[in-house]
Design a protein around this ligand. Structure first.
Ligand SMILES: *Cc1c(COP(=O)(O)O)cnc(C)c1O
Length: 380
C-alpha cells in the first residue's frame, strides 16, 4: 500500500513535522501489546531512548507513559518528593509555571522562584534559596522554555541542586534529541520528553529518563496518584518489561522508526540542521523588520518569539489562516504581557522549507495591507 500524504510544514512548537516513513510505520498488523514480540520491541526502544541522552543503562532507565508531555511534569512532581520535602521551581516561563500549578493541585510544598520571562535565572539567588531552605529535596527546571525560546543553564542549576542534597528534575521536552544532552554531565537525575517533539514521531507517548537509585528510594514516598506514579510504572517495567496499562501501540511503532532515523541522521548533523533552520527563520524575520522577544544569544535555537508589529492591519488570525491554507502552520505566543507569535525550527524540516514559508508569509502580509518592513511604535 503506497499512499501520498500531503506534506505540511509545522512551525508550531510541536507536534512536529514527521517524515512519511514515520507516518507509515504506524500501519502494521494488529498485535496485542502483551505478546513477547511487542515486549522485545519495548525493551530495545527503552534502551535507545537512553542512548539519546548518553545515559548509562546501569544507572538510568526509561519509564514510558501514555499521554502528552505534561503527564511527565505531573508524574515527576507528585512521585519524587518525600512527605515533608519541598520543591524548588526555577520559573522563567509558561512551562515552569505549569509545574507550579501541578504542585498547587497536589498540595505539594513548593517555592516558586520567579524570574522575568525574558531573563536567565539568577544562579546566586538559586543558591541562596537552597542554602536557606534545607527541606528542598527536588529542584525543577525547564531546559528550553518553549513559550519564549530561552535556554536555561540546567547544568549549573543541577550542580547547585546536588551541592545542597536535592535531586535535579529537568523538563527537556523541547530539547531532547535536538540539542545534545549528556544526562550525567548535565547533572540531571530525571529528564522528560515526548515522542512528538525532537524525535519527530507521533503525539501520545511520553517518557522519563530516570536515575534508578533515586526511583528505588521513592518507593515509600506518598502515592499521590494511581495512574501517574513513577515508582509503580518503573516497578511494572522491571517485573514485566511492559507498561502497566495499555500502551499506545501504533505510536510506539512510529517512535521506533523515528529513532532509527534519528541515529542515522546523527546528533551533530541533526543539531546543525535545526540551527540552519533557526538562522533562516531569523534572517526571514529580519528582512521583514520583525522584532523578537528574547535576545538572540539567549535563545535555544529552536523557537523564535516574534513581537506583533504596531500596524492597524495586523491580525494574527488572518495571517495564520493564509499560511495554513498554503501548508504552513504558525503559532500564537505564550507571553502574557506581550503579544507574540512563534516560529519553531523543530521537526523534519530544513532551510528550504523556511525560504518557501517566507514567500507565503510575505504574500500574507501584502494581501492584508501590512507595511513592509513592519512598523513598531518607537521604531524598530
Ligand atoms: C511541549 C512541551 C511540554 C508538553 O506539552 P503538551 O501540550 O502536554 O504536549 C512540556 N514542556 C515543554 C517545555 C514543552 O515544550
Amino acid at each position: 500500500m503506497k499512499k501520498t500524504i500531503k506534506r505540511n510544514i509545522l512551525l508550531n512548537p510541536g507536534p512536529a513535522t514527521t517524515t512519511d516513513s514515520v507516518k507509515m510505520a504506524q500501519v502494521i498488523p494488529d498485535i496485542c501489546p502483551r505478546e513477547k514480540d511487542f515486549a522485545d520491541l519495548m525493551k530495545k526502544l527503552r534502551q535507545d531512548l537512553l542512548k539519546v541522552v548518553h545515559a548509562d543503562n546501569k544507572k538510568y532507565t526509561s519509564v514510558l507513559f501514555c499521554g502528552s508531555g505534561t503527564i511527565n511534569i505531573d508524574i515527576c512532581l507528585n512521585s519524587l518528593i518525600p512527605q515533608n520535602g519541598k520543591i524548588l521551581i526555577i520559573n522563567n516561563g509558561a512551562y515552569s509555571s505549569r509545574a507550579c500549578e501541578v504542585c498547587e493541585y497536589y498540595g505539594l510544598n513548593y517555592i516558586n522562584l520567579k524570574f522575568s520571562i525574558d531573563e536567565l535565572p539568577n544562579l546566586a539567588l538559586i543558591e541562596k534559596t537552597l542554602k536557606e531552605n534545607s527541606k528542598i529535596k527536588l529542584v525543577y527546571s525547564t531546559h528550553n522554555e518553549t513559550g519564549t525560546g530561552i535556554l536555561n543553564p540546567i547544568r549549573e542549576i543541577g550542580a547547585l541542586a546536588h551541592k545542597y542534597g536535592a535531586i535535579s528534575v529537568v523538563d527537556t521536552t523541547s530539547t531532547l534529541a535536538m540539542l545534545p544532552i549528556d544526562i550525567k554531565k548535565d547533572n540531571i537525575d530525571f529528564c522528560m520528553a515526548s515522542a512528538q517533539k525532537g524525535l519527530q514521531a507521533m503525539a501520545g507517548l511520553s517518557f522519563i529518563i530516570s536515575n534508578k537509585e533515586i526511583i528505588e528510594k521513592s518507593k515509600n514516598y506518598p502515592k499521590r496518584s494511581y495512574y501517574c506514579n513513577l515508582y509503580l510504572q518503573y516497578e511494572y517495567f522491571e517485573e514485566t518489561g511492559q507498561m502497566h496499562f495499555t500502551p499506545p501501540v501504533q505510536t510506539i511503532y512510529a517512535l521506533i522508526q523515528a529513532l532509527k532515523e534519528y541515529f542515522k541522521e546523527g546528533e551533530e548533523h541533526k543539531l546543525q540542521r535545526h540551527l540552519k533552520t533557526f538562522e533562516s527563520i531569523h534572517k526571514g524575520l529580519e528582512e521583514l523588520g520583525f522584532k523578537k522577544a528574547i535576545k538572540k544569544e539567549w535563545q535555544a535555537g529552536l523557537v523564535v518569539s516574534v513581537i506583533y508589529p504596531d500596524d492597524e492591519n495586523w491580525n494574527f488570525e488572518k495571517i495564520h489562516d493564509y499560511c495554513y491554507k498554503h501548508g504552513f502552520t504558525i503559532y500564537p505566543g505564550k507571553i502574557s504581557s506581550l503579544n507574540t507569535f512563534r516560529l519553531c525550527s523543530l521537526g523534519a524540516i530544513e532551510e528550504k522549507d523556511i525560504k518557501n514559508f517566507f514567500k507565503v508569509f510575505k504574500e500574507a502580509l501584502i494581501s492584508n495591507n501590512i507595511s513592509i518592513p513592519v512598523i513598531y511604535k518607537g521604531g524598530n
